[in-house]
Design a protein around this ligand. Structure first.
Ligand code: 3PG
Length: 407
C-alpha cells in the first residue's frame, strides 16, 4: 500500500512535489502567510518520509513568476513556516532550484533531513510549453533524487516539469495528500448520495463553464441543486432578463448561460439564483451598500454579495442535501459589508453536515481561505480541498496530467 511504498524510500533521496502556494500579505514589510492550510496539508507525507529515514528534497511553486526570479515570489517565508511545523527536523533551504549549489545542498542531506528548493517557477523550464525544454529541466530535477513523490494536489492539473515530466524519470508514488484528495473527488463523482447540492461562486462564469457542463451533463440529476452566487451570478441574472447595473457581466457567455438554465429545467435540477443582492455605488466597503431586489439593481450600482433573503433560500436548498460541493465565495467576503452571503452558505453547509450527515467538500484556495477567515474550522466540513483549479478540472471530467502520469 501507499504507506509501505513511502517507507520504501528509506535512506534514499526523495524529491517531493508539494503545493505550497499560499497567500502572502506584503503590506507590513516582511511577507506574512495569511492561510497556511496548504503547508499544513503537506506535512503528513513529509513526516512519513522523514520518519522512515528518507532524505527529502521538496519542490514547490509560489505565484506565477514566469521563469524569472523575483523576491516577492520567494519561498523563504514558506520555509520558515514549514520548519515550525516540523519541530526537531533539520529543514534546509536552497536558494537555487537546480544547479551546483542545489546539488551540493542535496548531497549534504542526511537521513531524516529535509531541503526545500526555491520557487521552481523561477526556472523557465518548469512551465515551458516546449516538451524538449521542459524535459531537459526535468532531467536536471530528476538527477537530484532517487525517487519522486507526487503530493502537490493543487498543481496536478498542470503539465509542468516538477508535476508531470519528473514522474516519467523516477520511480514514484502518490503522496498521502494526493491520495486523500483523489478519494474525496471519487466520492463526489462516483455514485454520490443525493440530493446533491453544488454551490458555485467566484467572479467569472468563464472559469466555471467546464464544470457546469459536466454537472448538468452527468453529475446532477433530478432533485439535485445548483446554487449560483458571486460575481458570476450577474450573467445568470441578466440571462433571465434582469438589468444588473454596473455589476460584473460576461456578455459573451449569455447564450451559454441560457442553455444551462434550459438544461437544468429539462433535467429537473433546481437552479437556485439570488432574489436579492447587496449593491453598492463602487467596489469599496464604504460605497453605501444596500440590499436591493435581484430584478431591480439600480443602473448606478454593482452587486457585491447575495442578500439576506437569498442566503435564507440557499440555506434551505442545502438543508437536506446529502452531498455538497462548494467552490467560490458568494460575495466580496474580504469586505465585511459583503461577507454575509459567504458566511451564510458556510454555516448552512456546516448545519447540513450536523443535521443530516451531509458529506461536504469545500474546493479551492479562495473558498478555503474564506471559510477560515470567517472563523470556521476545517473540522466543520467533510473536506477542505487544497486544490482550486485541480478539483474543478477533476469535476469537469478532465484528465489531470499529474495524476495520469503516475503508475
Ligand atoms: C493553485 O493555486 O490553484 C495552485 O497552486 C496552482 O497554481 P497555478 O494556477 O498558478 O498553476
Amino acid at each position: 500500500d501507499l504507506e509501505t511504498q513511502l517507507g520504501g524510500f528509506a535512506g534514499k533521496r526523495v524529491l517531493v512535489r508539494s503545493d505550497l502556494n499560499v497567500p502572502l500579505d506584503h503590506s507590513g514589510g516582511a511577507p506574512a502567510i495569511t492561510d497556511d492550510g496548504r503547508i499544513r496539508a503537506s506535512v503528513p507525507t513529509l513526516r512519513r518520509l522523514l520518519d522512515a529515514g528518507a532524505r527529502v528534497v521538496v519542490t514547490a511553486h509560489l505565484g506565477r513568476p514566469e521563469g524569472v526570479p523575483e523576491a516577492k515570489y520567494s519561498l523563504a517565508p514558506v520555509h520558515a513556516r514549514l520548519a515550525e511545523l516540523l519541530p526537531g527536523v533539520h529543514v534546509g533551504f536552497s536558494p537555487e532550484t537546480v544547479g551546483a549549489q542545489a546539488k551540493a545542498a542535496v548531497a549534504a542531506l542526511e537521513d531524516g533531513q529535509l531541503l526545500l528548493l526555491e520557487n521552481i517557477r523561477f526556472a523557465p523550464g518548469e512551465t515551458s510549453k516546449d516538451d524538449g525544454e521542459r524535459g531537459a529541466f526535468a532531467d536536471e530535477l530528476a538527477a537530484l533524487a532517487d525517487g519522486f513523490v507526487s503530493d502537490g494536489f493543487g498543481a496536478v492539473h498542470r503539465k509542468h516539469a516538477s508535476v508531470f515530466d519528473v514522474a516519467r524519470r523516477l520511480p514514484h508514488a502518490a503522496g498521502l495528500l494526493v491520495a486523500a484528495e483523489v478519494a474525496v473527488l471519487q466520492r463526489l463523482t462516483t455514485d454520490p448520495e443525493r440530493p446533491y447540492a453544488v454551490v458555485l461562486g467566484g467572479s467569472k462564469v468563464s472559469d466555471k463553464l467546464g464544470v457546469i457542463d459536466n454537472l448538468l451533463g452527468t453529475l446532477l440529476t433530478e432533485g439535485d441543486r445548483l446554487l449560483v452566487g458571486g460575481g458570476m451570478v450577474f450573467t445568470f441574472l441578466k440571462a433571465v432578463g434582469h438589468e444588473v447595473g454596473k455589476s460584473l457581466l460576461e456578455a459573451d457567455q449569455l447564450e451559454k448561460v441560457n442553455e444551462y438554465i434550459a438544461t437544468a429545467k429539462a433535467k429537473g435540477v433546481q437552479l437556485v439564483l439570488p432574489t436579492d443582492v447587496v449593491a453598492a455605488t463602487a467596489f469599496a466597503a464604504d460605497a453605501d451598500p444596500q440590499v436591493v431586489p435581484a430584478d431591480a439593481i439600480p443602473a448606478d450600482r454593482l452587486g457585491l454579495d447575495i442578500g439576506p433573503d437569498s442566503s435564507a433560500a440557499f440555506a434551505a436548498a442545502l438543508a437536506d442535501a446529502r452531498t455538497v460541493f462548494w467552490n467560490g465565495p458568494m460575495g466580496v467576503f474580504e469586505m465585511e459589508p459583503y461577507a454575509g452571503g459567504t458566511r451564510a452558505v458556510a454555516q448552512a453547509i456546516v448545519d447540513a453536515g450536523t443535521a443530516s450527515g451531509a458529506f461536504s467538500v469545500v474546493g479551492g484556495g479562495d473558498s478555503a481561505a474564506a471559510v477560515r477567515t470567517l472563523g470556521f474550522a476545517d473540522s466543520q466540513f467533510g473536506h477542505i480541498s487544497t486544490g482550486g483549479g485541480a478539483s474543478l478540472e477533476y469535476l469537469e471530467g478532465k484528465q489531470l496530467p499529474g495524476l495520469d502520469v503516475l503508475d
